[in-house]
Write a protein that binds this ligand. Structure first.
Ligand SMILES: Cc1cc2nc3c(=O)[nH]c(=O)nc-3n(C[C@H](O)[C@H](O)[C@H](O)COP(=O)(O)OP(=O)(O)OC[C@H]3O[C@@H](n4cnc5c(N)ncnc54)[C@H](O)[C@@H]3O)c2cc1C
Length: 522
């Protein structure tokens, strides 16, 4: 099922003094770094914009280079691959093929129909003031904006000490220290494993890792896991760490309540059936906890693709993702997508997609320019045979293997049934606007709120500072009647596509200082 989101593309505005590039890449994570390096290696002049201070994204987030903090990659997998990409990126910076805008957010993107270019509006990622360059133009655009942790509410999750599992991971990678000392990590998916491993590596303790799925879900898909042996090797490393630090790994187990008054002190847990009901007598309490990490997969960051009107679909994990062809080209000419926003599949897949999208964007843009110079008519970014031909057989096979693994992972670690039944009327679902489950349930049951937008209008859920980035998925599920024992854990794709697109549609993609608006050219 695909949905064409409303768009503000094709708005005509003067191009003014904005610097022009062949290719602009938004995001300098695994996908964006690879895209930038590939585009530059193929002769394009490239702009790279990232809200973070240094390249690396979420996977290779590391200590501050500006502060001279030493980084040996001890918390990272694939650090050698990062150093290789970084060397290509730095070479591009050194000889002017790449221009990097760090600590800078793209808060709006438009396709300018009168000049066949994309316009990106930039603002400082932190604090006030203006970006050194408030706006840029590019003939092709690669969006590699990644994602963030998908969250589900649980009673007590607003207590200090409760974080997204990825938040703990980011904290450790960036600071080399921990936001607590004794943790419980809960949710679903292999991502819980590196979080627990890095906690022990940084000197913390992990009282338990609680996985809501049963690992039997891998059995019918074992061949897909075998297709990516590096993942099995990584998994074996976690088994060794768990044994060494005696970390209990409990399957089919969920947190039913997070305990504490001023901050987290413990959790209540229960074993659950595949249908979602708690197994009577399986309840237990873990105390002496000061950190809880929750992770239910990732939510792709789709504001910019949706601003530009790309077609989307609901992936097997229930996430809304951008539709692309083999070269990474979206439904919008000249606009490529790479990494988590085309489907959550991990860093190696993101690098591969970035490499292909960056190269395709450069090949298309420079080819179009040469064709125009020779007097031929050509429109950029329509997925020409040149770009398709540049995708090698080895890349096609690697894409298929990694995507197969990702699909197997999502099917083996689904959002669990019955999560909504564990909420109480007082459980906060939208933390920014402090909207409780009771209010949402009332709007759904009594006022016929059956999609996120109606819930938002009636309850203010998703209207606060984070604009539904944290609660959007849960509110979409609740408004569609999903998440209960006996119901689907997530809404059926058609309803989900509509509801999630509403949640991802934000006219301002990132928070921005008012001074950035003052700088607009018209
Ligand atoms: C917090 C967190 C921690 C993670 N840790 C691990 C881990 O330890 N192990 C693991 O296997 N996987 C981990 N993952 C998953 C892993 O990060 C992804 O598989 C991988 O990084 C995806 O690469 P990407 O390039 O698509 O996106 P990302 O690495 O997420 O990079 C996206 C980049 O885009 C930038 N960006 C987004 N929007 C804008 C904008 N509007 N303007 C400017 N810049 C923008 C962001 O600052 C970011 O640097 C983590 C994910 C998260 C969210």
């Amino acid at each position: 099922m695909s949905t064409q989101a409303p768009t503000n593309a094709h708005v005509s505005r003067p191009t003014g003094r904005a610097p022009k590039f062949d290719v602009a890449v938004v995001g300098a994570g695994p996908a964006g770094l690879a895209a930038a390096a590939a585009a530059a290696d193929n002769g394009a002049r490239v702009a790279v914009i990232d809200s973070a201070e240094q390249p690396g994204g979420q996977y290779w987030r590391h200590r501050s280079e500006a502060a001279g903090a030493p980084e040996a990659g001890e918390f990272h997998h694939g650090w050698k691959q990062y150093l290789g990409l970084r060397a290509r990126f730095d070479a591009g910076l050194a000889d002017g093929r790449i221009t990097f805008f760090p600590s800078t957010s793209v808060w709006m993107a438009r396709a300018l129909s009168h000049s066949d270019v994309f316009a990106l509006e930039l603002a400082p990622a932190h604090g006030g003031g203006q970006s050194r360059v408030p706006s840029i133009r590019a003939a092709s655009l690669v969006l590699a904006t990644g994602g963030y942790d998908r969250q589900l509410p649980v009673p007590g999750w607003q207590l200090p000490g409760v974080m997204a599992a990825g938040g703990i991971q980011a904290f450790v990678k960036q600071n080399g220290m921990l936001p607590g000392s004794r943790f419980v990590i809960a949710g679903t998916g292999p991502f819980l494993l590196p979080v627990a491993a890095n906690i022990t590596q940084a000197g913390g303790a992990v009282a338990a890792v609680l996985e809501s799925a049963s690992l039997a879900g891998w059995l019918p898909r074992a061949h897909r896991a075998a297709g990516v042996p590096a993942k099995a090797i990584e998994g074996a490393g976690y088994v060794a760490t768990f044994l060494k630090h005696q970390i209990p790994y409990r399957v089919r187990t969920v947190i039913t309540e997070i305990l504490g008054t001023d901050c987290v002190t413990g959790v209540r847990t229960a074993r659950v059936r595949s249908t979602g009901e708690a197994i009577p007598g399986s309840e237990r309490e873990l105390t002496g906890i000061d950190g809880v990490g929750l992770g239910w997969g990732f939510t792709p960051q789709l504001e910019l693709p949706i601003q530009l009107g790309v077609e989307t679909r609901v992936d097997v994990d229930g996430s809304l993702v951008g539709i692309v062809d083999e070269t990474g080209l979206s439904s919008v000419p000249g606009l490529y997508l790479a990494g988590e926003i085309t489907g959550v599949g991990g860093a190696p897949l993101s690098v591969l997609e970035g490499e292909i999208a960056g190269r395709s964007a450069a090949v298309e843009t420079l080819g179009t320019r040469r064709a125009k110079a020779a007097g031929h008519t050509a429109t950029p970014g329509h997925g020409s045979s040149t770009a398709l031909d540049a995708v090698t057989g080895a890349e096609r096979r690697a894409l298929a293997r990694h995507r197969g693994f990702a699909e197997a992972m999502h099917l083996a670690h689904p959002v669990p049934a019955g999560w909504a039944d564990r909420l109480t009327p007082e459980t906060t679902v939208c933390r920014c606007e402090e909207v409780s489950y009771g209010e949402l349930d009332h709007a759904h049951g009594e006022l016929a709120a059956e999609d996120l937008r109606t819930e938002k209008g009636l309850t203010r859920a998703g209207m606060g500072w984070c604009q539904g980035r944290v609660c959007g998925f849960a509110v979409s599920c609740l408004s569609a009647g999903a998440g209960r024992v006996g119901a689907d854990a997530v809404p059926v794709p058609a309803a989900a596509a509509q509801s999630l697109a509403q949640s991802a549609k934000r006219p301002v993609a990132q928070p921005l200082p008012l001074s950035a608006l003052r700088d607009l050219e018209d």
